[in-house]
Design a protein around this ligand. Structure first.
Ligand code: GN1
Ligand code: MG
Length: 363
C-alpha cells in the first residue's frame, strides 16, 4: 500500500512490516523521476500484487513497481486515473485524490529494462494505513471515504473508462476459473483442500444470485474502486481521520456491491485474511452497522431503491469471490498472489470461507 506507517509523533513502526528480499530498484527508475539512486529505500506494505517501497529524502516518496503479469495493460490504469482526476478537478476541486507524480519527461510511469512499469507517489507526513480495523469510528470514516470517492465520481462518463482486468469481479467467471483449477491440480492438493473445495461448492448458489442480479439491470454501472480493503485507506496520524482512498489500480467501471462488499469482507472480521486461527473470525455487528452508516452517508441519495436491496448480498458476494480466487490460486500452484510460505493461499481461502459462514448467518 502507498501510505507511510508512522505514529502521531512520527515514530516509524513500519520496521515490523519490512520484508527483506532481493528486488532492487533500477538506477534508471530513480533517474526518470529525478531522484538520486543513493537514497535509502525499504519495502513496505502488505499488497499481494505490486512491490511497494518507501524512499527516504526531503521529501520522502512511495515508489511502486506494477505487476505486469497481472496488469497486462498498465497504460489503462494510468488512463482511468487521469480521467477520474480530471473529472474531480473540474467538479469537486477540494476532494483529495491520490494520483501519482510524473517522470521528468511528463510520463505517468517509467518502464525498466524488463518492461515493468514504476510509478511514484508523494508520501504524506504522519499518514498511516492499518491492516485491522478496531473501532466503530474507523469503520464509519473509512466507509465514508470510499463512499465519497464513488459519490464524487457519480456523473462522470463511465463509457470513457476501460476495464483494467477482464472479468475482474465477475463471480460467474471466477467460479469457472475455480473449476478449471480443480481439473488441472494435483491429487495431493485435492486431498489437502477437500473440505475447502466442498465449501466452495456449497456456496455456489451465490453465483446464480449474482447472475440474476446483474441480468436484472438494477445496478447502475459506476466508477468504483474495486479494492476497498481496509489497508487501502490512508489515515492521518495526528487527527486520526481518513485522508483518502489509495491503490487506484482497479478504479474502473463496476457496481457498488464490489466496493461495499469488500469493505464488509475486510472491516467486519476482527482478523485479516492471513489469520490461521479460524476461532478468531467472528461477525462484528457494531462494525457492520457503522460501515453501512458511513457508506450511506455519501451514497444514500445517489443509490436507487433496487441497489439498496442488494446491500446484504454485497458482502457475501465479495467474500465468496475472494475465497474462490485464493483457493483457485492454491490449486494452480500459487501463480497469482505473492506468498511467503507454502499453503498460504489455502489458509487465506479457509479464512474467507469461515468469514462467509459467519456473514451468511448474520445478514
Ligand atoms: C489483491 O494486491 P492488493 O492487496 O492490492 C487483489 C484484490 C484482492 C486482494 C486481496 C489486482 O489486492 O482483488 O481483493 O489482493 N488485486 C488484484 O487481499 O488482483
Ligand atoms: Mg490493489
Amino acid at each position: 500500500k502507498v501510505g507511510s506507517r508512522q505514529t502521531a509523533i512520527g515514530k516509524e513502526i513500519n520496521i515490523f512490516l519490512q520484508i527483506h528480499y532481493s528486488l532492487k530498484i533500477p538506477e534508471q527508475i530513480f533517474k526518470s523521476f529525478g531522484l538520486s539512486p543513493g537514497l535509502t529505500t525499504s519495502r513496505i506494505g502488505s499488497g499481494h500484487i505490486n512491490y511497494t517501497f518507501r524512499i527516504e529524502g526531503e521529501p520522502s516518496f512511495i515508489l511502486q513497481r506494477i505487476n505486469k503479469n497481472v496488469f497486462k495493460e498498465p497504460e489503462v490504469i494510468a488512463q482511468n486515473i487521469r480521467l477520474a482526476a480530471n473529472y474531480l478537478r473540474d467538479h469537486h476541486p477540494y476532494f483529495i485524490f491520490m494520483a501519482n507524480l510524473h517522470t521528468l519527461d511528463g510520463k505517468e510511469m517509467a518502464y525498466d529494462d524488463d518492461g515493468f512499469p514504476w510509478r511514484l507517489y508523494p508520501l504524506i507526513d504522519h499518514s498511516f494505513t492499518i491492516d485491522q480495523l478496531e473501532t466503530d469510528e474507523q469503520a464509519f470514516e473509512a466507509a465514508r471515504a470510499f463512499g465519497s470517492l464513488c459519490r464524487n465520481l457519480d456523473g462522470c462518463d463511465v463509457s470513457q473508462f476501460k476495464s483494467v482486468i477482464k472479468g475482474f469481479q465477475d463471480l460467474f467467471w471466477r467460479y469457472q476459473q475455480f473449476e478449471d483449477a480443480l481439473a488441472i491440480t494435483s491429487r495431493e492438493k485435492l486431498i489437502e483442500a477437500n473440505e475447502t473445495i466442498q465449501s466452495a461448492k456449497h456456496f455456489s448458489f451465490l453465483v446464480k444470485k449474482y447472475e440474476e442480479l446483474i441480468k436484472s439491470g438494477d445496478l447502475k454501472l459506476r466508477i468504483v474502486h474495486n479494492d476497498t480493503k481496509i489497508n487501502n485507506i490512508l489515515f492521518d496520524g495526528i487527527t486520526g481521520q481518513t485522508i483518502c482512498a489509495i491503490d487506484l489500480d482497479t478504479l474502473m467501471p463496476g457496481y457498488f456491491i464490489y466496493d461495499l462488499g469488500d469493505m464488509v469482507r475486510t472491516f467486519v472480521s476482527p482478523v485479516s485474511e492471513e489469520e490461521k486461527n479460524l476461532e478468531k473470525i467472528v461477525f462484528r455487528k457494531n462494525i457492520y452497522d457503522s460501515l453501512m452508516k458511513g457508506y450511506l452517508s455519501q451514497m444514500n441519495d445517489v443509490m436507487s431503491r433496487e441497489e439498496k436491496q442488494a446491500i446484504p448480498f454485497s458482502g457475501l458476494m465479495m467474500t465468496y469471490i475472494m475465497a474462490l480466487r485464493f483457493l483457485a490460486d492454491y490449486l494452480n500452484g500459487d501463480v497469482y498472489y505473492h506468498t511467503t510460505y507454502p499453503g498460504q493461499n489455502l489458509v487465506r481461502a479457509k479464512n474467507q470461507f469461515r468469514f462467509l459462514e459467519m456473514l451468511s448467518q448474520n445478514v
